[in-house]
Design a protein around this ligand. Structure first.
Ligand SMILES: [Zn+2]
Length: 341
């Protein structure tokens, strides 16, 4: 089985975006705010939005199951206040849950949180609980920068985040550390802000002792870990200078990287530098980079091709495709086992 741990609902029916636009417009006129119930999307519309897009590509490329969360750039936690984020997160999470019910063999949900800049992360817990309990979410996306590129929140090692970590440990769910739209013109959303955040999250963990407090806490750092694998020597050296344990002991029991790296040399480097036990297959299609690479004639985000071509043993490839995902997402493993898979 091939599990893609990083998929977003980027192809939702336009009614969702229209609803969000009305919600954003209502910031100036709260009386005009749309209600969650105003959004009407039928099962047929949901089916159609998936069958001709993500599901078609999964069949073409040969992946089986996607961990599916709301569109990352649309989370836009910087817009409005906690109540705005809360209603929006609830709607987006429910749509991913409905997709997982319509296509139970191919999609399993992960939740976005109703984060808001300057608001305590603990406020997200009721939505987190609802998503795990009622929707069967197997993970969450945690935004280390709800301000959208201005980095006004404390680092991930700060105790303000601990209530979320306590809940993650209780539920045995990992968090993918995933920012959203950049509203800072210095940072392009997917080309700079995402990769900066991946690198930043890793460094925040390196300088702290978060995993001494939470030995079973798990983070998935997407987009191949940003600059981390490429600069592994720098991070090892910094850890050494800070008198931290070796990175394999300090961070690699808790931090994992996905394979959303869109060329062969990048995947070769990732799988050579980072222990294979810490690499999870992912493509993030249909996402940031949707074109065809003229050098290969294949889609950049068809990452299975790179894993196939990488110098890996069959056992290592199994870990990247399936074994590691089952270990990092125990609720996914339990759901699969319950189905006899
Ligand atoms: Zn993503």
């Amino acid at each position: 089985m091939i599990i893609d741990c990083h998929g977003h609902y980027t192809t939702a029916p336009k009614a969702l975006e229209d609803w969000r636009n009305r919600q954003v417009a209502s910031l100036k006129d709260p009386a005009s705010a749309p209600k969650a119930a105003d959004l009407k999307i039928s099962d047929d519309e949901l089916r159609e939005s998936i069958e001709s897009n993500q599901l078609a590509k999964m069949h073409e490329r040969g992946s089986d199951l996607t961990i599916f969360s709301p569109r990352a750039s649309f989370m836009a936690h910087h817009i409005g206040d906690f109540n705005i984020s809360s209603t929006w997160a609830a709607i987006c999470n429910e749509l991913c849950f409905r997709i997982s019910k319509l296509f139970p063999d191919n999609f399993i949900p992960a939740a976005m949180l109703p984060q808001s800049p300057g608001v305590a992360p603990a406020t997200c817990i009721p939505e987190l609980e609802r998503c795990v309990r009622d929707f069967g979410c197997v993970g969450i996306n945690l935004n280390p920068d709800p301000s959208g590129g201005h980095w006004t929140s404390p680092p991930l090692s700060d105790r303000a985040w601990y209530p979320i970590y306590e809940k993650m440990v209780e539920y045995d769910i990992p968090a993918m550390i995933h920012v959203s739209t950049s509203c800072n013109p210095c940072f392009h959303t997917t080309g700079a802000h995402y990769l900066n955040a991946d690198t930043t999250a890793f460094m925040q963990c390196l300088t702290a002792d978060l995993f001494a407090d939470f030995p079973t806490l798990k983070f998935v750092i997407p987009h191949g870990g940003g600059a981390v694998p490429y600069h592994w020597g720098r991070f090892r050296g910094l850890a050494q200078a800070l008198k931290k344990p070796l990175l394999k002991d300090h961070l690699l029991n808790n931090i994992f990287f996905d394979t959303c790296v869109y060329h062969q040399p990048g995947i070769d480097l990732l799988t050579k530098v980072i222990p294979v036990d810490n690499v999870l297959f992912a493509s993030e299609m249909i996402g940031a980079v949707q074109g065809i690479d003229p050098e290969t004639g294949h889609y950049y985000d068809d990452t299975k091709r790179y894993i196939e071509a990488a110098k890996l043993s069959a056992d290592d490839r199994y870990k990247i495709y399936e074994g590691n995902a089952r270990r990092v997402y125990p609720r996914l493993a339990a759901a699969l086992t319950a189905k006899g898979k």
